[in-house]
Write a protein of this length. Sequence first.
Length: 476
Amino acid sequence: MNDILNNAYFAYFISKNEHKDFSEHTPFGEYIVSHTKNTDILIAENSNKKVLIIGLCVDAHAQIKRNDIAQFLASSDFDNPKDLYKLCDRFSGKYIIMLDIDGKYYLWGDASCYLPVNYTFANGNFCAGCTDKIVADYLGFDISPISKEIKYSGKSYMQLPYNITMYDEIKALLANQYLDIDAEKYVRIKLDVKRNSSKENINSVLKNTYELTQNTAKEYCEYYDFACPLTAGYDSRVVFAVMESIGKLRYAYTMRHKNFTDKTPDIAIPQKITSDREIPYIIKEDTETPEDIKKFVFDFLGDWTSEIMIDYAYTSKSIVKDDSILSGQIIEQLGNHSVVKGIPDCFVTARLAQLKVMNKSPYYKEETKKHIKEWKNAGEKYFGDLLAWESRVSRWATQNEMLYSLMGLNILNFFNCRELILQYISLPIKFRVNRGVHNYFYKTADSGLLNYQFNMGKVSLPKKCAHLFKKVIKRL
């Protein structure tokens, strides 16, 4: 297990003692961060403040170098952690920030908690890790019967609701939250954004978010070489366009699933796109994961982990080797409003959320009610975007990408910037649903990409219901 773990990306454990399964150990005040050799750590100190950064944190404004960010934060003038949290809106990446102010500790994740924070305050001791199971195994927690019932009431690759994990004592930190460790609680950060349908706002947001994305992509390429997964869908083509626009598109690839043929759009269209641009292109059939690696994943993530997702990660790793890959998450969920597809915020309910993940457990609904109540208590109103951000991205996307990271595959996302996401939320829903954000990327980076067919895929029952619901509302 240790040999495989040592090659993992973005794998860590925080407590007051070292974790023996990790090869690296970095002290930070009262705590020790145990981590892998592929998980970077930056520390800076100024007067009474210390800042630690785990993972990759870059400036989407392209003004602060990566190695200077910790010092920038430690030297910043702020009155409370909330101010520093908002100062981090400009940063992209996959990271955790831990703050020590006069011996008081705080912690938060990147814009979407892409680097997961599974934490506990059990028995008065703070402990956190990149998976819930590593924390549970360390402290001897048992699996929650309720979480198990939820997990086995739906697809194994779908997320648990709200902030629950497979263990009652462990919670998941979500986007728009930070931990006050000494107070043993999380604090919610209210969205500072308003919808604005004016042409001026739309044009400004499109221009700004495009620049933030390009800046992030250029910064990533300073540290990693990337492969570009490409299908016939919208999101991977945006990633392809951005990498092409900055001159860093080295090659693309597609996994050939069992039901694919040469005429399947997810094969034929990427092949045509790359051929027309003379971009190297790889097609590889799904590969079954060796048992020792599969066992490692189950030991680290739990035996409820989707074997299909494990095979996808293993196949991707066999294609890209030591290269990194890019994800199209976030621009789909927030840039396209894809989770609820234009349903008004007042109709985003726990039942709708349950239908979207096709989970039949009543506990899923009850936990989601708690999540929605938190939004209401905080005065939030953009429930559709919050469901996409804090559930579909913060829980579903992160759990899948953590699997990739554990298998030694570095997967990053250059849309994972809070400033960028808040600007997407400010756009009219109809504009986003009609692919306004996606189309701007294509037209700006490579308008020729619009000449190729897009594969819409099969329409699921929840999407059909949502479409019917919108038609009824429109008639009313």
